[in-house]
Design a protein around this ligand. Sequence first.
Ligand code: NAX
Length: 347
Amino acid sequence: MAATPPTAGTTPTTRSIPTTVTITGAGGQIGYALLFRIAAGDMLGPDVPVRLRLLEVPQGLRSAEGAALELQDCAFSLLADVEITDDPAVAFDGCNLALLVGARPRGPGMERADLLAANAGIFGPQGAALGAHAADDVRVVVVGNPANTNALIAAASAPDIDPSRFTALIRLDENRAKGQLAQALGAPVGDIRNVTIWGNHSATQFADVAHATVGGRAVTDALAERLDVDVAAWLDDTFLPRVAKRGAEIIEVRGSSSVASAANATIDHVRDWVHGTGEGWTSAGLISRGEYDVPEGLVSSFPVRSDGTGWQIVEGLEIDDRARRLIDASVAELAAERDAVRELGVL
Ligand code: NAX
């Protein structure tokens, strides 16, 4: 691995050497929504200079170059440097934070196995390049779908990097769930804590409010008081599908996919990882060590806290029968994805 510049996370506000942030798929839509907020200091803080490395495939380089011109025109005082490349070895050289956004989308008629294979062809080599070139303290967030299994592939391809440094983005689902609850409760979204997303970033995800609070009160009690319907039925029939299918709703209404909210969730994920979660917990896709009976080795979403150095899974939460069934269903999908990737000989 390359020499280690000061870490993103340990003492970010006391450093003057820039943090190297690599964004793959930087010429795409989420890349465009991410770059300016990172350079403005929204992710690492207002005193942390950043060096951006933009990785694209050759046909995406022009778009990344255009974004770099605009970055220059923003005159961000925190932006030390921008480098654009189609070579992962260059992009990940000395990288402290890797945001793996670029992925192969599902094309018409594409089977799941084909999608997994195409993405294994991206995340395997990128994982290997991270292992060979990234800084010792690198932290990785996989955004590109299927995010959980892509994170698994990248981690497996970088055996010299501690697997806990690989994560999958699930924060968008959590933010969506909080937004729905805030609306249903007529409460400020900032008052809602401890919503957990379990499992896969897919339609099988389980947005769990059993431990969630609003202004310190149980969300389920507040919902029962506020809604004129059975809360359990509302959660199953309205809330869960609305959260799980929110991406499709955005596409239908907006005419294109959720980009700003995805970039915002990526920034939330990294900011909490690096600066700590404070009160309450959030959700992130992490490699299971068997917590909550999720089979070891799968990248599943869990309730997590960070003290700024790394994520810790919040353990000991009570899981009732309904939650168990929903977690198991999503985890079964993750296991099937892993098995399909194994059949390709990737893991
Ligand atoms: P775009 O198609 O706009 O951009 C993707 C970019 O990645 C393109 O510019 C492409 O040239 C580049 N790319 C492809 N292969 C690459 C490679 N091997 N190396 C470097 N760059 C490569 O998609 P966008 O809207 O930005 O979405 C990116 C990914 O995020 C998609 O996979 C999407 O499904 C996923 N999402 C994940 C979310 C999550 O919560 N985990 C939510 C939002 C989003 O749906």
